[in-house]
Design a protein around this ligand. Structure first.
Ligand code: URA
Ligand code: CA
Length: 433
């Protein structure tokens, strides 16, 4: 087999065989195929797309390029959830105990935040003592015993994706649906999940700017997952504003606790129930989304979801008493109000810009080595559809420095006021197999 023929086939819009795709992935991972040939193939894929079968073969070739996490020591159907990236997105903290409270095993590998996006591990570390450095055995034992554990990213997972992602970044081939779908799905599959639920964000603050593109990506990923024997469903959700009110770490933990008590923000609650219902269905606990939702509402109401969160925190070295006393979470020294000098309805809140503002306060990191400040962050006081009068507080800042001028400016710039009372439609579509 020759790489030049594979490139020519894709250029001529022919369907690549499994063997051709494996030849490319194996050769490129080993360094036998040079970047210029890989680039040419990526560009041909960009223009000519891939069939569902090619996408599934590409995904599995990438999965097989490195280690795979073996979760077979954990009983039941292990369900994972993935979001394409949001701001103030606290859903994992809510979902892990919520779904585990239905006895669906949640064996989650999570990451840290970078740039303007937050990371689940950073948020959990606001619960003093919490750690994710578990051995594979401890991880499996915790999930078997209490149905939930979170571990840090480890191992040599999908090296082909790392190489291809870096090449796509510099060859204008990032924005290809089969390439994005295989990149995301290969990582989820290598991490060992039996079933996968995807939250595909759409809007100015997201990777996919239009609903049409988001639906196409979600459909491609759902098809890949189901084609390779992992039950997969997706939600298309809006990123026209940050999720919930809190953006930070300790403040998002507090928001997750409120949501598990049934007292959380409407949008975070809604998204958690929608994703949780899909997890319960693909995890085989409920026959349909409606039944799953009723079950989830019941474990919020009777307190067992909140109790599960406490058990989860204690199991991983954290201080579970913080769940009852969130006022003891890390607190910042200074507090400032951001007021509006305009009036009107909030039409859009630029989520990326709010994420950057929180990051400047120290809630996020610019490089992987940065230490983050768990206590600082932003709490929005006004959301899309709310009316703002001149002088109203639109957001509150928790900071450990008095120098917050640029943060105030960024928050003010993020709010777009107008005459129209818009309603964000949070969940735009549900994609099932
Ligand atoms: N996230 C990924 O992991 N891969 C992509 O290609 C795009 C977003
Ligand atoms: Ca939030």
């Amino acid at each position: 087999m020759r790489m030049v023929d594979i490139i020519a086939n894709k250029r001529d819009n022919k369907e690549l065989t499994k063997e051709e795709i494996e030849f490319f992935i194996n050769g490129y991972t080993k360094g036998d195929i040079p970047d210029y040939q890989a680039s040419a193939l990526l560009m041909a894929i960009y223009f000519n797309d891939m069939t569902p079968e090619e996408s599934a073969n590409l995904t599995m070739a990438m999965v097989n390029s490195g280690d795979q996490i073996d979760l077979s020591a954990i009983d039941g159907i292990k369900v994972d959830k993935h979001s394409t990236g949001g701001v103030g997105d606290t859903t994992t903290l809510v979902l892990a105990p919520l779904v585990a409270a239905l006895d669906v095993p949640v064996a989650k590998m999570s990451g840290r935040g970078l740039g303007h996006t937050g990371g689940t591990i950073d948020k959990l570390e606001a619960l003093k003592g919490f750690h994710v450095e578990l051995t594979q055995d401890d991880f499996a034992n915790l999930v078997n015993k209490d149905k939930v554990a979170v571990i840090g990213q480890s191992g040599n997972l999908t090296p082909a994706d790392k190489l291809i992602y870096a090449l796509r970044d510099v060859t204008a081939t990032v924005n290809s649906i089969p390439l994005i779908a295989s990149s995301i799905m290969s990582k989820k599959i290598a991490a060992g999940a039996d079933a996968i639920v995807l939250d595909v964000k759409v809007g100015d603050g997201a990777f996919m700017k239009t609903e049409e593109d988001a639906v196409a990506l979600a459909e491609a990923m759902v098809q890949i997952g189901n084609n390779v024997g992992r039950r997969t469903m997706a939600i298309i959700s809006s990123m026209e504003e940050p999720l919930g009110y809190a953006v930070g770490n300790a403040n998002e933990v507090k928001e997750a606790i409120d949501t598990l008590k049934g007292e959380g923000p409407k949008d975070l609650t809604e998204l958690s129930l929608a994703l949780g219902a899909q997890m319960a269905v693909v995890g085989g606990k409920a026959k349909d989304l409606e039944e799953a939702r009723t079950m989830l509402e019941a474990v919020i109401k009777d307190g067992s979801a909140l109790e599960k969160f406490k058990v989860f925190v204690n199991n991983q070295g954290g201080d579970g008493s913080l769940v009852d006393n969130p006022e003891n979470l890390p607190q910042a020294e200074y507090h400032y109000d951001v007021t509006s000098d305009e009036e009107g309805y909030v039409e859009v809140i630029d989520a990326e810009n709010i994420g950057v503002a929180a990051s400047i306060l120290g809630a996020g990191r610019q490089t992987k080595e940065d230490e983050i400040d768990l206590a600082v962050g932003i709490v929005l006081e006004k959301k899309v559809g709310d009316y703002v009068n001149k002088g109203d507080v639109i957001a509150k800042i928790a900071s450990n420095t008095e120098d917050v001028d640029s943060v105030v400016q960024k928050i003010t710039d993020s709010y777009h006021l107008g005459k129209e009372q818009k309603k964000t439609e949070l969940i735009k579509r549900i994609i099932t197999a």
